[in-house]
Design a protein around this ligand. Structure first.
Ligand SMILES: Cc1cc2nc3c(=O)[nH]c(=O)nc-3n(C[C@H](O)[C@H](O)[C@H](O)COP(=O)(O)O)c2cc1C
Length: 329
């Protein structure tokens, strides 16, 4: 088992990454069913939560089937983050996670997300105060540094551990890289092998197959792996990686029937949770992966991403079934 404070999760856990408009309760439940050991919410704005903004408050929802779950918060002001942590406590997640990695300008310019990588003293102070203020185990997700000239991730890990965090996830890119270039996991290995590091170190960045997960596991020795983009429209990635760890072989991909069933269920759960309009809009980013490699799929995909109501959506699913089942795929 891996210990995160008083929480135990299976050895070498696979974690679903926090992803805005993706890692919501329906998707988290599906990922848990398909092998994710731990899931994080999308990030929640401290300011939004304090001001009781509906969208932020809704993100606190946790369904029993998805536990254990970590709620992730972001913000640039220590006082707001402390108030936010108190609100998060009431939602009763297993973990409170702080986002020090978001590269987006509107977050960074207010000193939140990866913006705080420019002020490590403040990062340490904010973390220490949040840890002191809550009974929840506090974890952090961050990047290597602001840019390639200023990577101080070993120092950051040590200082955050000293501030009391119970696990650290490192997305092995700098803020400057945004999502470009390749993640550099050698830094994860450096942090992990530091003699004074005792907390679990989870690696994140560009893991999209069992082979890659296995390679990163044996080469860089993280305590677990967090998966983001590879899970979008393909929640089977978790069970595939686990199968590869166990057997060294690739699990056959899910059948078309399973893909349609899960995708439809995902959509219906989203409609129930966030309402028809948002659900239909936000599901759009999943379809290319859910239906990857279906022949001549482009016209149907166009329909999926332009339909505006559930009746039309369900009609398109029927069309997919009719078109592709007859081809015996
Ligand atoms: C659509 C999207 C939304 C994201 N939202 C968040 C977020 O809310 N909080 C966070 O810490 N990281 C967020 N990320 C970053 C991911 O958690 C992850 O660190 C990054 O995608 C790298 O991992 P991957 O290569 O497995 O995707 C987001 C990424 C994507 C693609």
């Amino acid at each position: 088992m891996v210990k995160i404070g008083n929480i135990s999760i299976p050895t070498f856990p696979l974690l679903l990454a926090p992803m805005e408009d993706v890692s919501d309760p329906p998707f988290r439940i599906i990922c848990r069913e398909l092998g994710a050991d731990f899931v994080f919410t999308e990030f929640i704005s401290a300011e939004g939560l304090i001001r009781n903004v509906d969208k932020s408050v809704q993100k606190l929802d946790i369904y029993p089937e998805e536990r254990p779950v970590g709620i992730q918060i972001f913000g640039g002001e220590i006082d707001s983050m402390l108030e936010c942590a108190r609100i998060v406590e009431r939602a009763n997640p297993e973990i409170l996670d702080i986002n020090y990695g978001c590269p987006v300008s509107k977050v960074v310019c207010k000193g939140g997300g990866a913006g705080i990588l420019k002020d490590i003293d403040k990062m340490e102070k904010m973390t220490r105060e949040i840890v002191k203020s809550t009974h929840l185990p506090v974890t952090v997700k961050t990047r290597l540094g602001w840019d390639s000239e200023s990577i101080r991730i070993e120092e950051v890990a040590l200082r955050l551990q000293d501030a009391g965090i119970k696990a650290l996830t490192i997305h092995a890119r700098t803020r400057y890289q945004m999502y470009q270039g390749e993640s550099d996991w050698t830094w994860i290995q450096k942090v992990k092998s530091h003699p004074d590091i005792e907390i679990p170190i989870f690696g994140n960045g560009d893991v999209s197959s069992g082979e890659k997960a296995h390679f990163n596991r044996i080469t860089y020795d993280p305590d677990g792996i967090m998966i983001g983009r590879a899970a979008i429209g393909y929640p089977w990635i978790f069970r595939e990686i686990k199968h590869f760890f166990k057997t060294g072989t690739r699990l056959p991909p899910p059948s078309l029937k399973e893909r349609i069933e899960i995708c439809k269920r995902h959509l219906l759960m989203e409609v129930e949770w966030k309402g028809e309009k948002s659900a239909i809009r936000e599901m759009r980013r999943h379809y290319s992966n859910y239906f990857k490699s279906l022949q001549d799929f482009k016209p149907i995909r166009m329909k999926l991403v332009t339909a505006e109501n559930l009746t039309d959506m369900l009609g398109i699913f029927e069309q997919i079934e009719e078109t592709y089942y007859t081809q015996n795929l």
